[in-house]
Ligand binder design. Sequence first.
Ligand SMILES: *Cc1c(COP(=O)(O)O)cnc(C)c1O
Length: 451
Amino acid sequence: MVDAVYYERAKAMVDEQTAAMAARRQMRFDTLAVHGLYRVQEALANQGSIIEPAFLSTAQAFESSDHMELALAYQMPAWIYARVANPTAFYLEHTLSLLEGYDFEGDVSACVTSSGMSAIHMATNPFLAHYGDHEPMNIVASAKCYGGTFQLFDVRYQEERGIEVRWVQNGCDTEEWASKIDRHTRLVFGEMPSNPGLGVFDIKAIAAIAHQYGAPLIVDSTIATPALMRPLRHGADVVVHSVSKAMTSSGFAIMGAIVARHDIVSRVGPDEMRQDFAMYVKGLPLRDFGPSISPFSVLMTLNDLRTLRGRIAHMSDSAMAVARFLEGHPAVETVNYPGLPSFQGYELSHKYMRLVDDEDQNAYSHLMSFTVKGGHEATRRFFDGLNLIYRATDLGRIKSVATIPTISTHQQQGEEGRKLADIPPNLVRLSIGCEHPDDLIDDLAQALNSA
Ligand SMILES: *Cc1c(COP(=O)(O)O)cnc(C)c1O
């Protein structure tokens, strides 16, 4: 029998954390990004360190068998072993739930994973299990999505596990989503805005349709970040991020996150999965599959996140200037940027993408893609002519980077998959960093002219 003293201590710890979170939720976005849940009293308990300390130990020591038993039964806040949890990651998880849950009324939890792909895997897999039945199941997802997500769904789930994937080709067409979602749909997945096509969809409308069929809506919001869009507020159940991108713009860490509201919609699965999805994933499937994070990466991310809003605002302003320049250039065919009135989903991006704490101001992110006149070869010449902008399969960086998706990120999904996702061979993806936009425009102009 565990001594009652430990139950009392566990309750006091939980109450203290709950009160701290409630107090934080009264604060503004920038304050939350800077401080998260780390407070003065914790700094004083950590030699006065005003920055969250890096806890590098693989395991936690317990004061007694009672303490150990309660912690391992998940009945007392503890971190146990670094695959299960980590005290530094605890602060990042709470920062992410505060930011993604900002101006959303319900409770939100977050769990960090080893990469964006592991976050997407861990966030989707629990809905694809056989919970005592063998009914057919399907996933409905926007075809305009990250190449890794396309492969996960198309090859790992559909080909290898026989789970039907119904791709939505035109995400702006709510009717198309509605025609594909049915009573066998286990989850609805959309990336907004998408990489590299910047595709958008009506989160609120699609969430409502998914919920009619008892399926959750999962949104990959990597490109927008919570500084521009918070899908939970619009009815999404779960948000996934590649934290490796604009959140960690220094480019020092690969990491992912699952952020979910409590009491998500799902016809299948145990009650505890619906009640607090992110904590369920963290405590059980993630522990068993094992894609846990490194505390070094967590520190890098905490550091970059503090300036998220200002950085995203700056990148978005510059991206707008660059997109306008490209749109007016005679060597460019089309530009996909959510901020251009000519953009196919402009009405939706205008509705959903707004700078947090300044809701009158739209901001449309750092990412765009465009097609170069003269086909693939001309596109390669332009690309090889860039001097300042890096050629790399990366985005969301403080430094601008560009890639040609057909020969990089979307190479493996093949011709047919690229057609489905609308990725022509002369498409360039461009991620705008924090340089002065005029220098970026100069670099693009000289490369376009030489092509
Ligand atoms: C990069 C990216 C991913 C994958 O994230 P990793 O951290 O590289 O595993 C998922 N979704 C989007 C939109 C991305 O840009």
